[in-house]
Design a protein around this ligand. Structure first.
Ligand code: FE2
Length: 268
């Protein structure tokens, strides 16, 4: 990594300089953020998930589920998002040797993509760090304000972008906290895996957000509430169904409105 903000390890908050860097660059790197025993448990769950053909929803894995409300991560998110922010989803993967890259994209949740009025922030978690093998994370600082669909720039593959920052060396338990609007890719690299990767996504309260779209989002949020992920109510605000609309039906409706010409005449 050549530039970008690198915060001191083991925070329970985000220092002002890192917060300013986040808002300027669209990301901040938090090396060695999570304890190693937690990361070992996370890796064990990922291996079990992969061995079982990924049949279990990620949120239903106990260590992953509780990770969604980890107090240290919540403190960082609260510094960025303010009080009463929302949990959106969790992903987890094991990228083995030879895993392909992921083209340039953003992950901002909006249907359709029209502005960046509110923050949607993702924690990119590397349980065993990054070593320069299998895949590097590449980001283009300052692109978080670009309004586009997720894969609008994927025509560029994972080619080098002007001003990009490559994050390829991180100690185990590191987190890259990123605005989901930030242009980023995973650039495939030779070298031996596995490369473990988990991400959790959070939304600033104040607007209705598109729901999680890959599982039944209401079932997911109910599961989170029913299994103590809110840590005795301290983080109950994370799993609030009232702050979301159904993404899949919204996308279908927008597609039917957006068949030709300007959207404006069709929304009156
Ligand atoms: Fe992404």
């Amino acid at each position: 990594m050549t530039t970008g903000a690198v915060a001191a390890a083991r925070h329970d908050h985000l220092p002002t300089a890192q917060l300013e860097a986040f808002h300027r660059d669209g990301f901040v790197v938090l090396p060695d953020f999570f304890a190693q025993d937690l990361m070992r448990d996370l890796v064990r769950e990922i291996d079990e998930l992969e061995a079982g053909g990924r049949a279990t929803p990620i949120y239903a894995l106990p260590t992953h589920g509780m990770l969604t409300s980890h107090p240290d991560l919540m403190a960082v998110m609260e510094a960025i998002l303010g009080a009463d922010f929302l949990f959106h989803h969790i992903h987890t993967y094991r990228h083995d040797t030879g895993a392909p890259g992921v083209n340039w994209h953003n992950d901002y949740e909006q249907v359709p993509q029209t502005n960046r009025s509110h923050l949607n922030v993702i924690a990119l978690i590397y349980p065993q760090g990054l070593s320069g093998a299998v895949g590097d994370l590449a980001v283009v600082p300052g692109t978080q304000g670009i309004v586009s669909d997720w894969y609008q720039l994927s025509c560029f593959g994972t080619e080098t972008m002007p001003g990009e920052v490559v994050i390829d060396r991180l100690p185990p338990g590191s987190v890259v906290v990123a605005h989901t609007g930030l242009l980023h890719c995973r650039r495939a690299k030779p070298g031996a895996g596995p490369r473990y990767f988990t991400d959790t996504s959070y939304c600033q309260r104040g607007i209705l957000w598109p729901s999680w779209s890959e599982d039944d989002w209401r079932v997911m949020l109910r599961h989170c509430r029913d299994h103590g992920y809110d840590r005795g109510g301290r983080y109950r605000h994370l799993y609030d169904e009232s702050q979301f609309f159904d993404q899949n039906s919204a996308r279908a409706r927008i597609a039917s409105l957006n068949e030709s010409g300007s959207l404006y005449p069709r929304i009156g």
